[in-house]
Design a protein around this ligand. Structure first.
Ligand code: SF4
Length: 297
């Protein structure tokens, strides 16, 4: 069961804008995430093994966000708001609580551009607001000539294989349904793309698999695709490295030694593997071109 908490701030100003996600601000409607991806980078000891048990609803988040957006809009400090950076904005709970929907209503009212990052089909519920934002939001000055849109939806995939997805991202909308949702969003004229991350070494990262992802997304005419490898953190029972190694040991024991070697020096995957993976992305991109940026120049 989630617990409620009073918060003093919802809108976070980032130190610098990520070149892929373009986050000037981030907002998170919940703390923790009931999608429970084993590889999730927020999985540190703070969140526990079963994050849904620690799921926190920010009770006064809508009021706090309204105050913060009023203030930023008055000062003309418009920027792209990433929803969300440390949780899923369309958790199962969101269907009932509609906190993300109320956030989007505020962003539309105060004319802030938004970048939604999701693994859920529930985003379809809010396309009316996202279209409104796309039509009326005010871009930060330095991006005015590099963007034609003001609302973006990025769908995350680490695999298109349903069985692998159920092991590593048990609470998320299935990859097949995510693909259907992505197609529906593009058909509705929303600027949408794919975060192809994290690819799982030796499971979802072969040249054949990567060609398959690029072919699929190229045919769907996604507007952009960001590919990346897996990072794994921590050695505590609740940390992503322990959880992923545990799942590998249980379901793919023949890969455990390789995984240990790949992450022997820390949270980043082995350098040689990373170089090889980058080559695979390049090859696939030549065969099935998809832009690697939301910015158009
Ligand atoms: S959906 Fe995103 S935030 Fe939630 S557990 Fe998965 S990776 Fe983490």
């Amino acid at each position: 069961m989630p617990v409620n908490r009073i918060v003093t701030s919802v809108l976070n100003k980032t130190k610098r804008r990520d070149p892929w996600f373009l986050d000037d601000y981030t907002i998170n409607p919940y703390m923790g995430c009931s999608f429970n991806c084993l590889y999730c980078y927020i999985r540190g000891s703070k969140y526990g093994i079963h994050m849904e048990q620690k799921l926190v609803v920010k009770e006064n988040a809508v009021d706090v966000l309204e105050k913060q957006l009023t203030n930023k809009a008055k000062k003309n400090q418009f920027g792209i708001v990433v929803l969300a950076s440390a949780t899923e904005p369309y958790l199962q709970l969101e269907g009932e609580l509609k906190i993300t929907r109320q956030f989007l209503e505020l962003l539309a009212h105060y004319r802030f551009p938004v970048h939604v990052i999701t693994k859920s089909d529930l985003v379809l519920r809010d396309l009316d607001l996202l279209k409104k934002i796309d039509a009326n939001a005010i871009l930060p000055k330095d991006l005015e000539h590099h963007l034609t849109n003001r609302a973006f939806i990025t769908f995350s995939f680490s695999t298109l294989d349903e069985k692998i997805s159920r092991i590593f991202e048990p609470g998320a909308t299935s990859p097949g349904r995510r693909l259907e949702t992505l197609k529906a969003v593009i058909d509705q004229g929303i600027h949408a793309g794919v975060s192809l991350m994290p690819l799982l070494p030796h499971l979802t990262d072969s040249q054949e698999a990567i060609d398959g992802y690029y072919r699929t997304f190229h045919q769907m005419r996604v507007h952009y695709l960001f590919p990346a490898s897996l990072t794994l953190f921590g050695s505590g029972a609740s940390d992503s490295m322990s959880l992923v190694f545990g799942a590998i040991e249980k379901h793919f024991p023949e890969l455990l030694t390789s995984y240990r070697k790949l992450y022997a020096s820390g949270f980043r995957v082995d350098k040689n593997y990373q170089e090889e993976l980058s080559k695979r992305f390049e090859l696939a991109r030549v065969r099935f071109p998809v832009p690697q940026s939301i910015l158009h120049n």
